[in-house]
Design a protein around this ligand. Structure first.
Ligand code: CTP
Ligand code: MG
Length: 235
């Protein structure tokens, strides 16, 4: 059961406040996105990878001309305004340009998540491979969850933490299903911040696969130190 992988990498990393998009920041001797790609480039179930990047992205061009030029399974698609637009562009590239069959499995994984473990990837592939509604890596919420009042300064009440999960990536579905769901959300003007929410709007209930909380999304400056620690510590 071979799959394709989509890596949305067209964000600017505003919250990271660095001199370049966070996926190109240095992390243990290479860039963040090279770590992200490692897990997929070495996996026997992965047929190919489509990376969605901003038009004229000089950092991606540089990597593709140097350290990544040996990987013929790497493809580039144009990024979009929102993350979901980048993913939809990559799906369109898979179907229209590469003519991948709609029933093929696809994993979508953030460029900014360099700490995905092989164990979690294998777990998602094993469970998601048998799910028509899709599957995602997720971790149960640990902290007590507070709902703020409308002005956001005081607590309104405590939410029931039971059954609340953090959605991580990769998120898995089949190419045709995900493309239809994302296109429908786009046409309706529904904001979807991950693939599962597009599937949910289509009436589906993707499976939650419990993953490792170390699979963090580099978002703020302190996250880079965490990623460095997670990647250098023995599992
Ligand atoms: N992404 C994308 N296309 C966009 C926006 C985001 O491909 N138009 C990608 C980012 O590159 C990242 C992933 O989606 O790998 C998750 O998004 P996020 O963490 O929000 O990254 P940024 O949008 O770059 O960061 P920020 O929101 O702080 O600007
Ligand atoms: Mg963003």
């Amino acid at each position: 059961n071979k799959v394709w992988v989509i890596i949305p990498a067209a964000g600017v990393g505003a919250r990271m406040q660095a001199d370049r998009p966070k996926q190109y920041l240095p992390l243990l001797g290479k860039t963040v996105i090279e770590h992200t790609l490692d897990c997929f480039l070495s996996h026997p179930a992965v047929t190919g990878i489509v990376v969605a990047v901003s038009r004229g992205d000089p950092f991606w061009a540089e990597l593709m001309a140097t350290t990544l030029n040996q990987y013929s399974q790497l493809h580039t698609a144009p990024g979009g305004r929102e993350r979901s637009d980048s993913v939809l562009n990559a799906l369109n590239y898979l179907v229209d340009t590469l003519q991948i069959a709609p029933e093929t499995g696809v994993l979508v994984h953030d460029a900014a998540r360099p700490c995905l473990s092989r164990t979690d990837l294998d777990k998602l592939l094993a469970i998601g491979g048998n799910q028509t509604a899709g599957a995602i890596l997720a971790t149960p919420v640990r902290d007590t969850m507070k709902r703020a009042q409308v002005d956001a300064t005081r607590i309104s009440h405590t939410e029931d933490r039971n059954g609340l999960w953090h959605a991580l990536t990769p998120q898995m579905a089949n190419v045709g299903l995900l493309r239809t769901a994302l296109a429908a959300a786009w046409e309706k003007g529904v904001v979807v911040t991950d693939e599962a929410s597009a599937l949910e709007h289509a009436g589906l209930h993707p499976v939650l696969v419990e993953g490792d909380a170390r699979n963090l999304k580099i978002t703020r400056p302190a996250d880079l130190a965490l990623a460095t620690f997670f990647l250098s510590a023995t599992p």
